[in-house]
Design a protein around this ligand. Structure first.
Ligand code: UN1
Length: 511
């Protein structure tokens, strides 16, 4: 077990052991099967986590529901103070938690630390929100009446997160939900269970210090059975789900069946359009991170480069050079010289291989990469493919690996058409120096995505804006702007202080 190796002593700093309980309901107690967590960089076992049984899930949901009453009665700024302390506790554990994410998920350390920073940022945002959560007063058409919009917490919510952002996406949901007055049960990816345990221990430390029931932020590590039970659970007022479009569609339908709320953050098929007047150096810098960074495992990763025909040859050849320069820097994600880590699982490597083979079969040209790297762990070469039509089934699909398709466009309108023709609608970017094209791009006939960038990569969004996408990306919005509304229910309140009953729309009834 890597946890026994002094090289990984940061695991102990996070309170992890060789054997860990993956259920927290105020107490750590798990009775399900034991799973091993592997490092994708070398295939070795880091440590073990005992998952939750269905009975453990029930205990979590019940304890969280019970904890809700006192939590909801706390003033929002007092809840904000708890979230502030969680932010500070994360700051204290920034290094070890980042190292754990890097070890268990496989992303490079600066990016792993970056996602802990993302959680810290959302704690800051939530703290401010806790003192500014709005409620509106509207003028009533009736004398002596007032219309008030009052926001109340939803209650118990479920948070299901994916392996690729095992800290930040939980943080987005949890920090905002907490200030809104909700309690949660978290079902993390079962391939990043140690990160979930470590994050929950950090949150627990703050709750305990403040005499708040730990079940306010319950955790139940588990597989599909736990996920399905949570999704069908009528007590879960909201299910926030991050994952594949296929599973997300099932989640959405199941939650809708019981008239629950869902917040879906599903697949992307993100494009960068390279306009004829694009600054190519800027584009190349962005594209390297956007297409190959995180080994292609962000839902915001650029999967398609839609390049003006005038610049196509130049961009592809310069991008190949840029890729060649990072090739020697693929490796152990914990080492400072590394720029690209492994894929997360063998299944991801298999999907990569299948996609590359299929691309060749369909007449595509592998301009760069295309091979699995012969070393321990799940490493593949970042890959550039040309020669496939814009509407090839491969180009239309998301493969969660560092593969980018370069496609020629004659003009911006065609680029926008290709950008929008895929079923997903998460992120998009236009590289241009032309102001009129910028406004076309962000307007009604521009990108149909939830994230519409100019001269920056498709990935790496800040927390201040709402994060999420349209169409098969699921339509949910998390994190900044008014995403807090997803975690609260709105009551339209009309108060009559006139002493007489007066109906709206001037209706007279029986007098
Ligand atoms: C994800 O890939 O699920 O915009 C989230 C980004 C990050 C979040 C990605 N801030 O790339």
């Amino acid at each position: 077990y890597l946890i026994d190796d002094p090289k990984y002593s940061f695991l102990k700093d996070l309170g992890l052991d060789k054997k860990n309980d993956g259920v927290f309901n105020g107490k750590w107690e798990a009775n399900g099967q034991v799973i091993q967590s592997y490092s994708p960089a070398n295939g070795k076992i880091i440590a073990e986590v005992k998952t939750g049984s269905l009975a453990d899930y029930e205990t979590c949901a019940k304890a969280a529901q019970d904890a809700w009453h006192s939590w909801a009665e706390m003033p929002a700024p007092a809840r904000g103070e708890i979230v502030r302390q969680i932010g500070d506790a994360l700051r204290e554990k920034l290094q070890p938690l980042g190292q754990l994410v890097s070890l268990e998920m496989g992303k490079i350390l600066p990016e792993a630390i970056g996602e802990v920073v993302e959680y810290i940022h959302v704690c800051d945002l939530a703290l401010g929100l806790s003192r500014t959560l709005p409620g509106t007063i509207f003028p009533s058409e009736r004398p002596g009446h007032v219309l008030i919009e009052k926001w109340n917490p939803l209650g118990l919510i479920g948070i299901i997160t994916a392996f690729n952002f095992p800290v930040a996406v939980f943080g987005w949901n949890s920090a905002i939900a907490m200030v809104c007055g909700d309690v949660s049960v978290w079902k993390p990816s079962d391939t990043t269970p140690l990160t979930a345990v470590a994050v929950t221990k950090i949150v627990e430390s703050v709750l305990v210090k403040n005499n708040i029931p730990g079940a306010v932020a319950a955790l139940c590590v588990g597989g599909k059975d736990i996920g399905q039970t949570l999704v069908r659970d009528h007590r879960m007022k909201l299910v926030s789900f991050t994952g594949s479009t296929a599973v997300g569609q099932e989640v959405g339908v199941e939650v809708q069946r019981r008239f629950g709320r869902h917040l879906l953050e599903l697949g992307g098929n993100n494009a960068i359009i390279v306009n004829s007047d694009a600054n190519v150096e800027l584009l190349l810098n962005a594209a390297l991170f956007a297409c190959a960074g995180t080994a292609g495992q962000r839902c915001t990763t650029t999967r398609r480069l839609l390049i003006h025909e005038k610049l196509f040859t130049e961009v592809v050849s310069k991008l190949k050079k840029a890729y060649a320069s990072v090739l020697p820097r693929i490796g152990d994600p914990l080492l400072s010289e590394t720029l690209i880590g492994p894929l997360h699982t063998q299944a991801a490597v298999d999907a990569y291989k299948k996609t590359v083979a299929e691309a060749v079969k369909l007449g595509g040209t592998i301009e760069f990469g295309g091979k699995v790297i012969d070393r321990e762990g799940f490493f593949v070469e970042p890959t550039i493919i040309t020669g496939l039509p814009h509407d090839s089934p491969l180009v239309m699909a998301e493969c969660f690996a560092p593969i980018v398709y370069c496609i020629k466009i004659p003009d911006l309108d065609t680029g926008i058409q290709y950008n929008n023709e895929v079923e997903q609608g998460l992120s998009s970017s236009l590289f241009t120096e032309n102001l009129a094209d910028v406004f076309k791009w962000i307007g009604p006939h521009g990108s149909d995505c939830g994230i519409v960038n100019v001269n920056i990569p498709t990935n790496g969004a800040e927390v201040g804006g709402a994060f999420g996408g349209e169409k098969a990306t699921g339509g949910g919005r998390e994190c900044g702007s008014d995403s807090w509304k997803s975690y609260m229910r709105r009551a339209t309140v009309t108060v009559n202080y006139s002493g007489t009953i007066k109906l709206a729309q001037n209706i007279r009834f029986g007098d």
